[in-house]
Each structure stands twice: as C-alpha cells, then as structure tokens.
Design a binder for this molecule. Structure first.
Ligand SMILES: [Fe+2]
Length: 264
C-alpha cells in the first residue's frame, strides 16, 4: 500500500494552499481560504478513495489527487485548444472545477467521509482501507461539493458548475441527460466538462497504475527473498562441514529476519 511520509503530506498541503493563493483573488480567495482553514485538519489526511485498487486510498491521497487532476486539466485545456476545439472557458475556471470536483470526499461540516476500515477481513479480501462514515447523510460526492462551496459562500460561474458537476462523465448515472441529449439545443454548449472528465479519468488511471506497479514490485521482491531463503535451507546435509552449517544457520536467520523481521 502506498504511504506518504508526514513531510510529503505537509508539503502537498502547503503546495495546494499556495496554488489557491496564486490562482484566485478578491472575495472568492477570501471565502476559499476560510473553507480550507476550516477543513485543514481533515482535508490534509483524507484519502481519495476507500479501496486500494481504486486510486489514492492512502492518507493524504485526496490532496494529491485534486492537484494531479488540476495539473492535467490545465494541460488538457491546451491540448484541446491546439487541436482546434472551441475554448470558451478560462484557465481559472478549469482550475476551480478541478480543485473542487471531489470536495465532498472530505465529509460534511462535522464528520469525515472516509473512516479507517476496522475489519481485517475487508482489508485483506476486498482491499478496503477506508469505509464510508455511517454518520453522514447520503449525498453524492458532487452534491456535497456544491453544498460545501455554497455553505462557505464561494461563488462560481455557470461553466465552473457544469465542469465540476460533470467531472465523473458517464460513470455517474445522473450525468446521462447532460452528455446524451438527443435535443440539439440541450447538448453541452461548452467543452469544459469533457476536459475535466478526461483529466479526472487520466489521473485516476495513472494513480491506479502506480499503485499496481508497486504491488507487483513488492510481490517480486518477496518472491526473490523467499526463493533465496529456500535455497539456503536446502543444502545437502552430507556436504555440510560444521563451520558451513553454522554459516548457513546465520544466513537463513538473516534472510528470515529480513523477510519477517518487521512482523515481530
Ligand atoms: Fe476525482
């Protein structure tokens, strides 16, 4: 499982706060800072998902994910522009929507959205590192994001709303009428939602791949250690001289300690 150090978590938080200061101004910045101050203790620790095979299901994963999506959304906006797409939304609008598309994952005003999964069975068999907090009123993550922004008096443009609201693309059933309209007048008038959805999808897949690769590397390292332990333990007894036997025992013990030492 991916784990960030306390320093990395803190560094990501400061990066996010500095980025907000650079990206917004006036009353909106003031309100955003109030909201981020309010949630600081919880947001800094929040994961981006509950299951390790989803994405960023680790402490500090939320901040890492929203910064990742924001970075990609800004890049993708340029790609769309270079390819000739109509860009009728500003970089600030993309940044605002990307930064807040998952805000509901921080929880409500009092409680975290994700709490640690206590059940060892669920952790082991389902990769569930966190679970949903039963204290919360049911709301989609997006609805809660909009509720929280409104609660703190943060204003947003219609395009920011559409971008944030539709970031999950067609993975969210409720978005179908926006993306799949047979009425020409009702089709999306701006590309902001597509840019946001692509950025979120790309970030999520990359985060999954990084996790998946680390799992494979971890497994391969364990297998290599196990096979070297087996090898050390299967030397023909008849060939052993007393001194060799002592050396072998020491070698096996070292390998055993290396493999299982931290489980004491
Ligand atoms: Fe996301």
């Amino acid at each position: 499982m991916k784990q960030l150090t306390a320093e990395q978590i803190q560094e990501n938080w400061y990066k996010l706060r500095d980025f907000i200061t650079e990206s917004f101004e006036g009353e909106r910045l003031e309100k955003l800072n109030e909201m981020y101050d309010y949630f600081e203790d919880r947001m800094v620790m929040a994961p981006a998902s509950g299951k390790e095979h989803f994405h960023n299901a680790h402490v500090g994963g939320y901040v890492e994910h929203v910064m990742h999506v924001t970075d990609l959304a800004v890049k993708l906006r340029r790609v769309w522009e270079q390819e000739g797409a109509a860009i009728d939304f500003t970089e600030e609008e993309v940044i605002f929507a990307a930064l807040h598309h998952d805000l509901g994952k921080v929880g409500d005003l009092e409680n975290d959205y994700y709490i640690p999964q206590e059940s060892e069975w669920h952790r082991k068999n389902q990769g569930a590192i966190f679970t949903h907090n039963p204290k919360l009123q049911y709301m989609t993550v997006t609805d809660r994001a909009i509720f929280l922004l409104s609660h703190f008096g943060v204003k947003y443009s219609e395009k920011e709303y559409i971008g944030l609201r539709l970031t999950d693309g067609l993975y969210e059933e409720g978005n179908k009428s926006y993306y799949m309209s047979y009425n020409k007048d009702w089709s999306l008038k701006s590309n902001i939602a597509y840019v946001l959805h692509q950025a979120d999808l790309l970030a999520t897949r990359v985060e999954y791949d990084v996790w998946n690769r680390s799992q494979t590397e971890e497994q391969e390292a364990t297998m290599a250690k196990v096979s070297s332990l087996k090898k050390a333990l299967t030397v023909d007894d008849s060939e052993k001289k007393p001194q060799q036997s002592e050396q072998l025992t020491k070698k096996s013990q070292d390998l055993f300690d290396e493999l299982f030492g931290d489980k004491k």
